[in-house]
Design a protein around this ligand. Structure first.
Ligand SMILES: O=C(O)CCC(=O)C(=O)O
Ligand SMILES: [Fe+2]
Length: 298
């Protein structure tokens, strides 16, 4: 009798031991918190009970959804152990972000991947390509050994970085992304533009920084780990060039103005976010990538 009482007392109010066991086993299997939260909503758990089961702040404890104006440098959702996540409760097919209609084309919970349509207008895509074009150079990847950057045969694209908020289009887009993914503008790295010619590719990789590499501590000083990626398609190659997730497996084909978002709540392959840019077979591919950090990126 008393053991039953003890077991019950370790279960938060309103929840059941079976549920808590399920949460524990799902977490241990690498299912991210946002996916668990959504699964609980899907089977009818009330929002605050689901949040309590996951150790997340309950509604009313959190500041209102992020707006750059209201919360420019304040507490981030990552401090609640969370990751960027669009507001897809109620399965909307479109999300209005500052008067711009973003379409939700696909949503997968494990790994967490969401495909958006109409995130950028055709004019915005063109403007970003034209501002980037004169500044393109052979892409580098972060060198885990030194914490600096190096040319890498796995990545045969050309690229450049904009400063955050560098021009009007970039600033507007960054604001839109922050609102769409409920993640502060300040936690975003500068937008990166990549250009792939036929044959160019980006072999499968993770976007987080490998914890045990000697260069990682110095990389993490600038805003902590990456916790989410948004790859935005600025044009359409005629064939090839999809963003692949070999462990799902899934391939997202580039359509101008569309984007694929994925998040990872820990720097671990268990997040199943291995992904790459398949070789472009015909035509060219332009993308803009926004990487999101745990904290303010400086
Ligand atoms: O080219 C792609 O589709 C993927 C790009 C990518 O993985 C990245 O920018 O981190
Ligand atoms: Fe990547």
């Amino acid at each position: 009798m008393s053991s039953t009482t003890n077991a019950a007392s370790s279960v938060p109010a309103g929840l059941t031991p079976e549920l808590m066991q399920w949460v524990q086993s799902q977490s241990a299997a690498g299912v991210p918190l946002p996916a668990l939260l959504q699964s609980m909503r899907d089977v009818g758990w009330r929002e605050n009970l689901a949040r309590r089961a996951l150790g997340l702040p309950e509604e009313g404890e959190l500041p209102p959804p992020f707006t750059a104006a209201a919360r420019p440098h304040g507490a981030t959702a990552s401090q609640a152990g969370s990751v960027p996540e669009p507001g897809l409760q109620g399965d909307p097919c479109c999300i209005q972000v500052d008067g711009h209609e973003v379409h939700v084309l696909m949503s997968l919970h494990n790994p967490r991947i969401v495909v958006f349509g109409n995130l950028l207008t055709a004019q915005e895509c063109e403007a970003i390509i034209e501002a980037a074009r004169p500044r393109m150079q052979r892409s580098l990847t972060v060198d885990n050994l030194s914490g600096g950057e190096a040319v890498n045969d796995d990545r045969t694209s050309n690229g450049m970085f904009f400063q955050r908020g560098e021009n009007e289009v970039v600033r507007r887009l960054e604001e839109r992304i922050a609102r769409l993914l409920n993640w502060p503008v300040e936690n975003g790295e500068g937008l990166q533009v990549l250009h792939y010619r036929p044959g160019a590719e980006y072999k499968p990789h993770h976007d987080y920084f490998a914890p045990n590499e000697p260069g990682t501590p110095s990389i993490l000083k600038r805003g902590g780990q990456r916790v989410g990626t948004l790859v935005m398609y600025l044009n359409e190659p005629a064939r090839g060039g999809g963003t692949t997730f070999p462990e799902v497996p899934l391939q997202v084909m580039p359509r101008r103005g569309n984007a694929v978002f994925f998040s990872y709540d820990r720097p671990d392959p268990a997040t199943r976010t291995l992904h790459g840019g398949a070789p472009v077979l015909e035509g060219e591919k332009w993308i803009a990538t926004k990487w999101l950090r745990e904290r303010e990126f400086r």
